[in-house]
Ligand binder design. Structure first.
Ligand SMILES: Nc1ncnc2c1ncn2[C@@H]1O[C@H](COP(=O)(O)OP(=O)(O)OP(=O)(O)O)[C@@H](O)[C@H]1O
Ligand SMILES: [Mg+2]
Length: 374
């Protein structure tokens, strides 16, 4: 990172004060942040550098224990980094208590005051900040309208469903109009259908209010469908930051390729033959762009990029069906091809027509094979 504690946003860089309006402004910056909890051996967060832009829906995605909540809690101020710096809107917030940071947090399990009505819950932050009485009601009704909960003002939390309670928690977090809203698996306790409804609602809400959302989840579908950009974390480190398309189609590490979607992954090498670059992988050879780094690497090819229809891609190979797994809307077919097994996602009816041991032709486009540093 270029930053020092004295100059967090050098002029002319994204996040600096003097840049062109089209440049994204950085609202949250983590600069080489580490966290080791008392008594713990390993670092929960290990050298995280991250810029989150104003107004974006940014997700932190990773498996359980990868350090997502720890990052969020340090941004909120509930935890202090062991080393590194955190900046909110250009201000170093090291040592600034949570209530003096212009952020708000929504947790997984609602955290509403059980003895207070919806209205009292949502107005609570405004009353604490001594906002004028006349303004309180207007802002509460606006916040409740955003989450479509206006009719429930008089209810107590136990008289609401899980999804409704979570919407009230959102309204309470939004009513103070924070610069940044931190959300830690806010839909984790909801059933699948409600989760999907709420995902759509949340994304629309974020667009409407224009507040920066930092959304923690271990659900890749959620992160891919909702985010403008996301960070993929593993073992306290950031593996990749990018748009959903970038991390899906151009995974930077084997971990990202394996964690997001389903991919065939394996060691290979890129060599120069008669002035042209070729990838060699498990007995297959295919052309790669001239700019591809030579030498050993890991190759990644998404399951859905492998076809059982001849000639669909520019690389074809004969193989033998090893196994067919029925998944409902599709089938996963494992095919032994030369020195490796390729997995393909095929329509369910294609899977039904296959038997194990059958000879098939697999094909894929060389352009869909991603070279990753091994
Ligand atoms: N208060 C704590 N004291 C000690 N260790 C902790 C504490 N909080 C978290 N950890 C450890 O730090 C690591 C990262 O935890 P964190 O809660 O940030 O992960 P996470 O990515 O949010 O996981 P999950 O998806 O399960 O919520 C884990 O190994 C966890 O056990
Ligand atoms: Mg967590």
């Amino acid at each position: 990172m270029q930053d020092s504690p004295q100059s967090p946003f050098p002029p002319g860089t994204p996040g600096g004060k003097g840049e062109a309006p089209s440049e994204p402004l950085t609202v949250v910056r983590l600069s080489d942040v580490c966290k080791t909890y008392n008594g713990a051996g390993a670092k929960a967060v290990d050298g995280v550098c991250l810029d989150i832009h104003t107004g974006e829906f940014f997700s932190i995605l990773g498996p359980s224990g990868s350090g997502k909540t720890s990052c969020l809690r340090m941004i909120a101020g509930f935890e202090q980094p062991t080393s590194g710096q955190i900046w909110l809107d250009g201000v170093n917030v090291l040592g600034v208590p949570p209530y003096n940071r212009d952020v708000n947090t929504v947790f997984q399990n609602y955290a509403l005051f059980p003895h207070m009505s919806v209205e009292a819950n949502v107005s609570y932050p405004l009353r604490m900040h001594r906002v004028a009485k006349g303004e309180i009601w207007q802002r509460v009704s606006e916040a409740l309208a955003l989450v479509e909960m206006e009719e429930f003002v008089k209810r107590l939390p136990h008289q609401l469903s899980g999804g409704q309670r979570q919407r009230v928690a959102l309204a309470r977090a939004l009513v103070g109009r924070p610069k940044v809203l931190l959300l830690d698996e806010p839909l984790g306790a909801l059933d699948l259908q409600l989760r999907q409804q709420m995902q759509l609602a949340l994304k629309q809400l974020q667009r409407e209010v224009g507040i920066t959302f930092v959304y923690v989840t271990h659900d890749q579908g959620e992160a891919l469908s909702m985010s403008d950009r996301l960070a993929v974390m593993s073992d306290g480190r950031i593996e990749q930051v990018g748009t959903p398309r970038e991390v899906y189609f151009n995974p930077a590490t084997p971990f990202v390729a394996g964690f997001i979607g389903k991919a065939n992954l394996g060691p290979g090498t890129v060599v120069l033959e008669h002035g042209k670059s070729f990838g060699h992988w498990g007995g297959l050879a295919f052309p790669v762009p001239a700019s591809t780094a030579l030498g050993p690497c890991v190759f990644s090819l998404r399951h859905e990029a492998v076809s059982l229809l001849e000639g669909v891609g520019d690389v074809s190979a004969r193989g033998t069906v090893e196994e067919i797994v029925f998944l409902g809307d599709s089938s996963e077919v494992m095919i032994a091809v030369d020195r490796m097994t390729l997995v393909t996602k095929a329509p369910a009816h294609v899977g039904f027509a296959l038997t194990s041991g059958q000879e098939v032709t697999v094909s894929f486009n060389a352009a869909e094979v991603v070279r990753i540093d091994g």
